[in-house]
Design a protein around this ligand. Structure first.
Ligand code: FAD
Length: 265
């Protein structure tokens, strides 16, 4: 690959190129470290694919690919699936039906100022924020998937995915701790959106100034006042979040109508 070209972008938008690159990386790089999927791993992967096929906004080629993958996984009587079979299916489907996931990684809102910064972990957060907001907007989307009985299905699938597959094991341990401590207090779809936002900010606080902090994108409480002034309030001289306005902002920011196809294939 040639030299990286900087892609101009707008921080108030979410780019489908980042979401597609997240799935591309997940299917072709992260999963490839598991030569077979079986037992709990297979279940976790199936649930992830189901979740994305039902909640990924827009109904475009990503959804078609994930639906095909999901149908195939659910129809297989096998207890263990070689990773190569997953990859073959993804490649074949993409070739035959023109369904594509992008032939390369194209980070936009998740570009880093240096290779190794941002990219995949940024896009995985973004994907799950989008999925929580989409679940809130389409409460019945998960009916008949086996996930409809869970109170916070997006968080549960995310938790299991991160624990099982996420390449950053230290991240997985931190996330698991946070999930074990408070995920069971999430009682509805709105709280699901807000829990992930709050948890992401906890990670931002912890990582501010660390090695993984991109100097062009310093970790800070999000959304900044310039993105959402009404999200911020002061009570007796202390900063507090206005949670109603944060929720409204998240629904807008990660909502289907704020997705930009610029740079997407
Ligand atoms: P990211 O934190 O990745 O955020 C991506 C984008 O999301 C931001 O650019 C912004 O637009 C938006 N955003 C920021 N904050 C919020 C929020 N609160 N709510 C909604 N949207 C927001 N790295 C470690 O070094 N140690 C860890 O323990 C660790 N744990 C992680 C756990 C998980 C589940 C994940 C997905 C990643 C974890 N990482 C961890 C990676 C780290 O959080 C960042 O993803 C990485 O450092 C890249 O940072 P970034 O600047 O691209 O912003």
């Amino acid at each position: 690959s040639g030299p990286e070209i900087w892609r101009e972008f707008d921080r108030s938008k979410v780019y489908t190129a980042d979401l597609e690159s997240a799935l591309h990386y997940l299917l072709r790089v992260e999963l490839a470290t598991h030569s077979t999927l079986e037992g709990e791993e297979l279940k976790v992967f199936k649930d992830f694919v189901t979740l994305v096929s039902k909640l990924y906004p827009g109904g475009g080629s990503v959804v078609k690919l994930m639906e095909t993958l999901s149908d195939w996984l659910l129809s297989l009587p096998l207890q263990r699936i070689p990773y190569q079979a997953v990859l073959d299916l993804v490649n074949n489907k993409m070739r035959i039906s023109g369904v594509h996931l992008g032939a390369e990684l194209r980070w936009v809102g998740c570009q880093g100022s240096k290779v190794g910064l941002r990219g995949y972990p940024c896009s995985l957060w973004t994907l799950f924020h989008v999925l929580t907001v989409q679940h809130d907007a389409m409460p019945t989307a998960l009916e008949n998937t086996g996930l409809e009985g869970e109170t916070a299905p997006v968080l549960q699938v995310m938790r299991r995915y991160i624990r099982t597959f996420f390449g950053c094991e230290q991240c997985g341990r931190h996330f698991e701790q946070a999930a074990a401590a408070s995920m069971d207090r999430v009682l509805d779809r709105e709280q699901q959106v807000l829990w992930l936002w709050n948890q992401h900010n906890m990670v931002n606080y912890r990582l501010a100034g660390s090695l993984s902090d991109d100097p062009l994108f310093p970790k800070a409480p999000w959304p900044s006042p310039s993105l959402c002034a009404s999200c911020h309030e002061e009570k007796s001289g202390v900063h507090v979040w206005n949670q109603d306005n944060v929720l409204r902002f998240l629904r807008h920011h990660y909502g289907a109508s704020n997705l930009s196809p610029t740079y997407s294939l």
